[in-house]
Write a protein that binds this ligand. Sequence first.
Ligand SMILES: [Zn+2]
Length: 255
Amino acid sequence: MNVLSFVLSILKMNNANRYINKSILGIFAHPDDETSSAGCTFTKFAQMGANVTVITATRGELGTLGTGDLSVSREELPAVRERELSKVLSLFGANPPILLGYKDQEVELQKTEVISERLRDHMDLIQPDVVITFGPQGISRHSDHIAIHQAALSAFNLYKRDIDKKVSLLYVAIPELVAKEFDLDIDGPETQPNVFVPTHEYIGVKIKALRAYKSQEDAQEFAVWLENSSEYYESFKIVDVDEDTIIAFENLLED
Ligand SMILES: [Zn+2]
């Protein structure tokens, strides 16, 4: 081994342990939300040692019933989507999924306090340094996304109040121009990202993960879009930080 490759291997080893005591929690509504929103981010920081966990509210029972040569029945779909989610989280190097077991399009029928309490219990166990979830318009204005935003925000505020360390809440956010390209009817914090995660090293994993959601048309379409886009960032809005301040995700994990 020459000196350069020795130094590089030490650097790589240090990088793999860099965030060994740090924890990132994603809270989403449907299997595949986590991949579209933050697949590269979860992969990057899991590879750097962070403990990555994703909580998903539903099994996406009302999603599409297969793409390509895959065709599943409505009854089979929840189990299929749960398997897809498990596979994807292991691709990211994240923990196995935590499912809240609500029904697709019924999250808003639950009491926010009840969901919030369950999320708070998970936060107490996981002790996340960073929580990533949807903003107030849920990116697509899907009622489940909005309901999960409200419950996650309320759980995070209680968790933050009682914990003695720096913790950050991030909303999935998309620059206005990109939101227009995807025909998303959003404004406010969700179009004002102030954290940008470059994806070039991890985009292959994200595309593979989207492909793994073979039951879902949207995931396949997004994979095609990513394959054809030359530059792509995952982006977020840190809650309670001035919109003009751009912050590196790494800063949120430093003490
Ligand atoms: Zn969704």
